[in-house]
Write a protein that binds this ligand. Structure first.
Ligand code: G6P
Length: 610
C-alpha cells in the first residue's frame, strides 16, 4: 500500500505532487508528505498526520517550489501514523526517499547502520533505505551507482523513489513487488504507484518490470533490469478518459461506481459474446487448446475478488461439471497442495497488484499447475504480466475502497469463462444460448435495480443505530451475502456477519433479537422454500428481516419483514443482480452514519503488502 508520486520537470512540481497524492489516497491515507528540491539546492520537506488535505493546508502559506520532488501518502505498516514516521524519510538533509512495501531485513540493516553512526528518527523500515543509499553514496561515483548497490542489499517488496540534492536532475526509482509506473511528458517525467495519479499531466506510461531500477531525468529515462542490463520498456497510452477518475455529479466515488455497473458490464461483454454464445477466442488465443484440458480449477483471490471466486465455484461445478476449489490467497500461499493433473490456476484481482494473490501465483508457477489464468481490471499490472491467459474486466478505474463495479465485472468475466469451459464439457448449445440471452439482459435489469435507490435509502435508516447485523444466503447467494456483509462492515463499521441460511440454527440464531437486523437475498430458485423456513426461524425470535426477493417469489411485506422486489433472471445469474441492492444498502447506511465512504478507516484499496 502507500502511494508514491515523483516528478522531474522544467516547471515547479509541487502542485503535480499534491494532485497526484490526492488521487492515490485510495492506497492509504494516515499521513502524507512531500520533499521538493528548491532552486537553492535545498530539500524542503513537509509531513503531516492525516489525509493529503492536511498536508495541503500546512503548505498553503509557504508552498515549497522546485523542479524535482517526491511525495507519499501512507498506510502504516512499521510504526504508528505520526509526522515522524511519515515519508519522505531523509538521511542528513540532502537525500530523501519515499517507499511503498516492506523491507524484510530492515532490523539487521538498521543495527548495522546504527553501528556505523547513522541516527534514526523514525520507527519505519523505510528510513534504513535512506541511510543505506547515503552510506553507499559516500563510496560510489554517483547516485545511480549508490542506489543500485543499496537496492541489492534490501530484501522484501518495495517501490522506491529517491532524490539527492547533489544531483538536481536525477530521480532514482526501483520496483520489486510493489507497483511503479513512469509517466512520460514533453521535457518532463513523472513516477507514481498508479498511473491515475498522473493523468492530469500525461497519458503515456512506461510500466516497470519486477526488479527494474530507473534513472529518471526531465529529458531521459534509463532503465536497468534485475540482472543489471540496460533495457527499453515500451510506452503505453492510457485508454480511459480523464473523467473516469472524477466524481462527476455523484457525492462519492462509491455511488458513481455502483451506478456505472450496467455500462461496465456491457463493456466487459463487448466483443466477447454473440447473441447466443461466448466467443472463445476472445478469452485468448490459446483458450481453446487450454479449455479442453482442464480437469480442476483452483481459484485464489482476496477480499471482494475472493467472493467473486466463490460464486464462480457454483457456476463451474454446475455448468461445466468440473471440480473447483476456492481459497483466500493469504492462506493458499502458506500451505502444501495436492495438485490434480490438469488443474487451472485462476486468480481474480481488481488491481492486479495484491501481494498475497501475486505470491500465490508465483508459488503456483513452481508447483506444477497446468496454466495460470488471471481475471483482472488493470492492464499492465503484475498479475496480468505474469499470467498465461488473461481476461480483462472493463470496469475502468475503481477509486472507492469498497469494491463494487469491479466485483460485478469479475462475475461477468467468470461467467463467460464458465460457459466456454462448459461447452468443452458437454453444455448443450441451447442452454448456452439461453444463458447468454439472460446475460445480455443483466445490464438493463441492473438499471431497474438502481431505480430503487430512494427506497433502499429509506430502508437504510433501520440500520443506523444498530451495532450488529446478519446476512443470509443459500447456494451461490451465500457468497453474495458475504459480499453484502463485507460492504456494510467496511464502510459503516457495523459488525456484519454472513451465514449460509441453513447454518443459522447451528449458532447465530442465538444472537437474533430485535436489535439484530437480518438481511437476505431471495431469488426464486430451488432453494427458495428452504430459505423461507430459515427466515421464519428469524421472525420467531423477533429478528427484523430485510429481504431482496425477485418478482417471481411473490414475497411481500409483513410484520417485521421488509421485502423489496428486484427483477428475475435465470437463477444461475441471480448473484449478479442480488449484489446491487446490498451495495446500495451499505452505501446509504454509511452516508447516514457520516463515515468516510470512499476511504474507510484503516483500509486501503490496493494491498501491496502481505
Ligand atoms: C482490498 C480492497 C478490496 C479488494 C481486496 C483485493 O482489501 O479494499 O476492495 O477486494 O483488496 O484486491 P484486488 O485488487 O486483488 O481485487
Amino acid at each position: 500500500m502507500c502511494g508514491i508520486v515523483g516528478a522531474v520537470a522544467q516547471r515547479n512540481v509541487q502542485g503535480i505532487l499534491l494532485e497526484g497524492l490526492k488521487r492515490l489516497e485510495y492506497r492509504g491515507y494516515d499521513s502524507a508528505g512531500l520533499a521538493v528540491l528548491d532552486d537553492r539546492g535545498v530539500i524542503q520537506r513537509q509531513r503531516e498526520v492525516g489525509k493529503v488535505a492536511a498536508l495541503e493546508e500546512a503548505i498553503t502559506n509557504d508552498p515549497p517550489k522546485g523542479h524535482m520532488g517526491i511525495a507519499h501518502t501512507r498506510w502504516a505498516t512499521h510504526g504508528k501514523p505520526s509526522a515522524q514516521n511519515a515519508h519522505p524519510h531523509m538521511s542528513g538533509d540532502r537525500l530523501a526517499v519515499v517507499h511503498n512495501g516492506i523491507i524484510e531485513n530492515f532490523e539487521t540493516l538498521r543495527s548495522e547502520l546504527q553501528g556505523e553512526g547513522f541516527e534514526f528518527a523514525s520507527e519505519t523500515d523505510t528510513e534504513v533505505v535512506a541511510h543505506l543509499i547515503e552510506r553507499e553514496y559516500r563510496k560510489a561515483a554517483n547516485l545511480t551507482e549508490a542506489f543500485h548497490r543499496a537496492v541489492a542489499l534490501v530484501h522484501g517488496a518495495y517501490a522506491l523513489a529517491v532524490m539527492h540534492a547533489d544531483e538536481p536532475e536525477s530521480l532514482l526509482v526501483a520496483r520489486q513487488g510493489s507497483p511503479l509506473v513512469i509517466g512520460v511528458g514533453i521535457g518532463e517525467h513523472f513516477v507514481a504507484s498508479d498511473q491515475l495519479a498522473l493523468l492530469p499531466v500525461t497519458d503515456r506510461f512506461i510500466y516497470l518490470a519486477e526488479g527494474d531500477t530507473a534513472l529518471v531525468r526531465s529529458d531521459s529515462v534509463r532503465i536497468t533490469d534485475r540482472d543489471g542490463k540496460s533495457v527499453e520498456r515500451p510506452i503505453n497510452r492510457f485508454e480511459h478518459s480523464a473523467d473516469a477518475v472524477e466524481k462527476g455529479q455523484y457525492r462519492h466515488f462509491m455511488l458513481k461506481e455502483i451506478h456505472e455497473q450496467p455500462d461496465v458490464i456491457r463493456a466487459t461483454l463487448e466483443g466477447r459474446v454473440t447473441e447466443s454464445r461466448v466467443l472463445e477466442r476472445a478469452l485468448g488465443t490459446e483458450a481453446s487448446e487450454l479449455l479442453g484440458d482442464i480437469r480442476h480449477v483452483q481459484i485464489v483471490a482476496c477480499g471482494t475478488s475472493f467472493h467473486a471466486g466463490m460464486v464462480a465455484r457454483y457456476w463451474i461445478e454446475e455448468l461445466a461439471g468440473i471440480s473447483c476449489s476456492v481459497e483466500v490467497a493469504s492462506e493458499f500461499r502458506y500451505r502444501k497442495h495436492v495438485i490434480q493433473d490438469g488443474t487451472l490456476f485462476l486468480t481474480i484481482s481488481q488491481s492486479g497488484e495484491t501481494a498475497d494473490t501475486l505470491a500465490a501465483l508465483r508459488q503456483a508457477r513452481d508447483a506444477g499447475f497446468r496454466a495460470a489464468l488471471a481475471i483482472c481490471n488493470v492492464p499492465g499490472s503484475s498479475l496480468v504480466r505474469e499470467s498465461d491467459l488473461v481476461i480483462m474486466t472493463h470496469a475502468g478505474p475503481e477509486i472507492g475502497v469498497a469494491s463494487t463495479k469491479a466485483f460485478t465485472t469479475q462475475l461477468t468475466a467468470l461467467f463467460m469463462f464458465t460457459l466456454a469451459l462448459a461447452r468443452h464439457n458437454g453444455l448443450p448449445e441451447t442452454r448456452e444460448a439461453e444463458l447468454v440471452a439472460a446475460l445480455h439482459q443483466i445490464p438493463h435489469q441492473m438499471e431497474q435495480i438502481l431505480g430503487l435507490n430512494a427506497q433502499i435509502e429509506a430502508l437504510s435508516e433501520a440500520f443506523v443505530d444498530k451495532h450488529h447485523s446478519l446476512f443470509l444466503g443459500r447456494g451461490s447467494l451465500y457468497p453474495i451475502a458475504m459480499e453484502g456483509a463485507l460492504k456494510l462492515k467496511e464502510i459503516s463499521y457495523i459488525h456484519a456477519e454472513a451465514y449460509p441460511a441453513g447454518e443459522l440454527k447451528h449458532g447465530p440464531l442465538a444472537l437474533v433479537d430485535s436489535e439484530m437486523p437480518v438481511v437476505t437475498v431471495a431469488p426464486s430458485n430451488d432453494l427458495l422454500e428452504k430459505l423461507k423456513s430459515n427466515l421464519q426461524e428469524v421472525r420467531a425470535r423477533g429478528g427484523e428481516l430485510f429481504v431482496f426477493a425477485d418478482d417471481e417469489t411473490a414475497m411481500t411485506d409483513s410484520e417485521g419483514t421488509h421485502v423489496m422486489t428486484i427483477p428475475h433472471t435465470d437463477p444461475i445469474l441471480a448473484p449478479m443482480l442480488c449484489t446491487l441492492p446490498l451495495q446500495l444498502l451499505s452505501y446509504h447506511v454509511a452516508v447516514l452514519k457520516g463515515t468516510d465512504v470512499d476511504q474507510p478507516r484503516n483500509l486501503a484499496k490496493s494491498v501491496t503488502v502481505e
